[in-house]
Design a protein around this ligand. Structure first.
Ligand SMILES: [Ca+2]
Ligand SMILES: [Ca+2]
Length: 373
């Protein structure tokens, strides 16, 4: 269940929303041969009470009708379905529809938070060697000439190298990604070059990810976090994060909910600032997380952007300070299979948003029950 108010930072225009949803995923895995795997993951996802098309009607109409308490079921879809063939030791080919999850999902993630989540129609070759794993993939995002002649495809391709690490270094990745869109005129392309590293030593941890982009306008982002286990007995960890992205950074396919505040008000574009966080387990089954975010514009001549990275909050003024946000999340483990989770966020506008007539605080909360087995 989630509720949002004032995503527009204004009490004047009413935009309160709340809804309850559910998501069920069942994993089917078949191994017809030792070197061949078939993975099939149907997904039933539903916002309770949402009207849906009645596809079983003898005369389906374009308008939606009641789907709860009515003779109209909700459709079942498929989130992932792929085959994986191991051609040789360390060499795998994946074909079909699959999630892509890399690193901390800052650039490519599956958005587990979403009631649907993100998957790609793709072909991938993976090669594992002594130094790590190379993934070569190409995903078809939009095909504009399926049944008639058209402009072509929008594609996302990449080479992602995940190094084998040891000692203090716990992760090291390098990647080159290409987002190529032939469905628009003129044809657009963004090439991203990035690296990521994580290290930990005696209760201290460090994470850095840097991405640079070649496109019509050069974009870049930098995200670094340092943490320290203040009280190991209760897993109390204090952390600070600094982030900066340029006005032309294309955020690609992140699990955005993980970043820049759980209220999901801001996208990684023309934003900089920091987060100070404290997390810990006062009781063995209870985890609490508290975060404070400060958001500023990197370039005061460009807008601050909403989560999707395209709609902006306005162009008035030359103030840098966008907003600050408090996030509190509590996770209670009932047993090995059952988790309860609750979260609350409050974001208060600062000088830039106020200059653009966005004067009131935004709030968000959610309650979640999850089982995995
Ligand atoms: Ca409002
Ligand atoms: Ca085509």
């Amino acid at each position: 269940m989630e509720a949002k108010n004032n995503n527009d930072f204004s009490d004047t225009t009413k935009d309160y929303t709340d809804s309850t949803g559910s998501r069920f995923r069942l994993n089917f895995e078949f191994t017809p041969r030792e070197d061949l795997k078939v993975f099939f993951q149907p997904q039933f996802t539903k916002v309770w009470g949402q009207q849906e098309l009645n596809l079983t009607s003898a005369t389906p109409t374009a308008s939606a009708s009641d789907s709860s308490g009515a003779l109209n079921d909700t459709g079942l879809d498929v989130h992932q379905a792929f085959m994986k063939y191991s051609a040789a030791d360390g060499l795998d080919f994946t074909l079909g529809r699959s999630e892509l999850i890399y690193g901390d999902e800052l650039v490519i993630g599956a958005v587990g938070w979403s009631n649907v989540g993100r998957a790609f129609d793709l072909a991938m070759a993976s090669w594992t060697c002594d130094h790590g794993k190379f993934d070569f993939f190409t995903a078809n995002l939009v095909d504009a000439n399926i049944s008639t002649s058209g402009s072509g495809e929008k594609e996302f391709s990449g080479i992602y190298f995940t190094a084998k690490t040891s000692g203090m270094l716990t992760a090291a990745d390098l990647y080159v990604l290409q987002l190529d869109d032939a469905t628009t005129a003129p044809h657009s392309a963004v090439t991203s070059y990035g690296g990521r590293a994580k290290a930990s030593h005696e209760g201290a941890d460090l994470r850095i990810e840097v991405t640079a982009q070649n496109s019509q306008n050069n974009g870049s982002q930098f995200d670094a976090e340092a943490g320290y286990m203040v009280l190991p007995s209760s897993k109390v960890r204090a952390a600070v994060e600094y982030f900066q992205s340029s006005a032309d950074y294309a955020q690609l396919f992140p699990t955005a909910h993980k970043w820049l505040g759980i209220a999901d008000l801001f996208g990684r574009r023309n934003i900089k600032g920091y987060r100070a966080g404290l997390s810990g387990s006062p009781y063995a089954d209870l985890t609490l997380k508290l975060d404070y975010h400060v958001f500023q514009r990197t370039d005061v001549n460009a807008q601050a952007y909403a989560l999707n990275g395209t709609s902006g909050y306005g162009t008035i003024g030359d103030d840098s300070a966008i907003a600050n946000e408090w996030d509190l999340v509590a996770i209670y483990k009932v047993n090995d299979q059952l988790n309860l989770e609750a979260g609350y966020a409050q974001a208060s506008p600062d000088d830039y948003l106020k200059a653009n007539s966005k004067n009131d605080s935004a709030s968000f909360y959610y309650l979640q029950v999850a089982t995995q087995f």
